[in-house]
Design a protein around this ligand. Structure first.
Ligand SMILES: *[C@@H]1O[C@H](CO)[C@@H](O)[C@H](O)[C@H]1NC(C)=O
Ligand SMILES: *[C@@H]1O[C@H](CO)[C@@H](O)[C@H](O)[C@H]1NC(C)=O
Length: 386
């Protein structure tokens, strides 16, 4: 379960400054945990106080990779999260004088043994849907593990306090891949910083995520920094202009099952690796779920379908930038057990959150996302995984 293999530095002709990182996929198979304690990073408190938090609280997948901070390198397992824009890891002082701390079983960063550390001292606090991380900022060299991409002078959070939610997760910290505008204190996130420092050939990173159902599989996908990923992704079908460069936010024109414009009022949406499912307005989600014959399971707060029927199920169609994109059941339906499968849709109650859909991992499993920081656009390319 803990294995992540990583392909190192790729030396391919012109695309020399391109770095690929294999990530691992986690399935949350822990015995019963409260639905609201499941993996759910999205934080709507940033824009709204005390909203309903039915956000991606499901037993599903998340994609993790290692980074190192400091010289010599200290390794941390993090969520590579395109839906946030700060990087933080637990600090050595976190939980030091407490009997029970969310930090106690995590790797902790020790600035005293890093020769490249620079103090910053400003405080930070980031609220996720399920709790917060807080502490202070520091600067150090950050590397994407097993690639040679290292970002000197990266501002990162040294978390001295973590909400209990984090205690139950296998990750040490979070690495945000959104834009600086989304970052607390406007600290440029690592990839943006790498672009600013001229460390990558192209200001592009590509995310390819795999689906494996219940199978144990050592890797879960590949993050490619500095270019596209021709090995795992087909040609770009469409370059979608961002409507706002903060989240990876764009316009979804329509969605449906018979056709892509069954529901066609148009919405602002974000693509987000840190959300396990696809969330949208209740009425539309319910209508789609009904067409799948899904039933709502109150105990897990999710829509379920019989696994045996997956192959007969229809695709979901989305109209984006004038193109109809199809999402196959293999990417939309998650195998959480042998009989009951999750239809990976959830009602997103977010009156104060302006994007009305979150297109999480199922969206990206079907279409590689090519994040073009320079041109503020998102390329969608059919994943080569069948
Ligand atoms: C990630 O870090 C952990 C702990 O250092 C290690 O066990 C695991 O193999 C690492 N994975 C990779 C791909 O480096
Ligand atoms: C930390 O790094 C940022 C650039 O990433 C720089 O502007 C800032 O001055 C640095 N702070 C310290 C204390 O070195």
């Amino acid at each position: 379960m803990k294995i992540v293999s990583i392909i190192g530095f790729l030396c391919l002709g012109a695309a020399w400054a391109k770095f690929q990182m294999r990530v691992e996929r986690r399935q949350f198979s822990q015995p019963p945990i409260e639905p609201q304690e499941r993996f759910a990073l999205r934080r709507f408190q940033l824009t709204s106080q005390a909203q309903h938090q039915h956000v991606a609280d499901f037993r599903d997948f998340a994609y993790f990779g290692n980074i190192t901070v400091g010289t010599p390198p200290q390794t941390f397992l993090v969520v590579l999260d395109t839906g946030s824009a700060n990087v933080w890891v637990p600090d050595a002082s976190c939980g030091k004088h407490e009997l029970f701390s969310a930090c106690s079983r995590k790797k902790r960063y020790n600035s005293a043994i890093s020769t490249t550390y620079a103090q910053d001292g400003r405080k930070f606090r980031i609220n996720y849907g399920t709790g917060s991380a807080s502490g202070y900022f520091g600067n150090d060299t950050l590397c994407f593990s097993d690639t040679t991409l290292c970002v000197p002078s990266q501002t990162f959070g040294q978390a001295t306090n973590l909400a209990p939610f984090f205690a139950r997760q296998d990750i040490d910290g979070i690495l945000g891949l959104g834009f600086t505008e989304l970052a607390v204190n406007r600290a440029p996130p690592p990839f943006i910083n790498a672009v600013n420092q001229g460390l990558v050939d192209e200001p592009i990173f590509t995310v390819y995520l795999e689906h494996h159902g219940l199978r144990r599989y050592p890797t879960g996908g590949v993050f490619t920094y500095g270019g596209q990923d021709e090995e795992n992704c087909g040609p770009v079908v469409t370059w979608v202009p961002l409507t706002k460069a903060s989240y990876w936010q764009f316009h979804l024109q329509g969605i449906g099952i018979k056709s892509a414009d069954e529901h066609n009022q148009g919405w602002e949406v974000i693509s987000d690796t840190g959300t396990s499912f696809i969330g949208g307005p209740s009425s539309i989600i319910q209508s789609l779920a009904r067409k799948y014959g899904a039933s709502y399971d109150f105990s897990t707060d999710s829509y379920v379908v019989p696994c045996a029927k997956i192959n007969e199920m229809p695709t979901i169609k989305m109209l984006i930038n004038g193109e109809t994109l199809e999402f196959h059941p293999s990417n939309i339906i998650a195998r959480s057990s042998y009989e009951e499968c999750d239809l990976t849709l959830f009602d997103l109650y977010s009156p104060a959150f302006s994007p009305t859909w979150i297109l999480g991992d199922p969206f990206i499993r079907q279409y590689c996302n090519i994040h073009d920081v320079g041109n503020k656009r998102l390329g969608l390319a059919l994943s080569k995984q069948k």
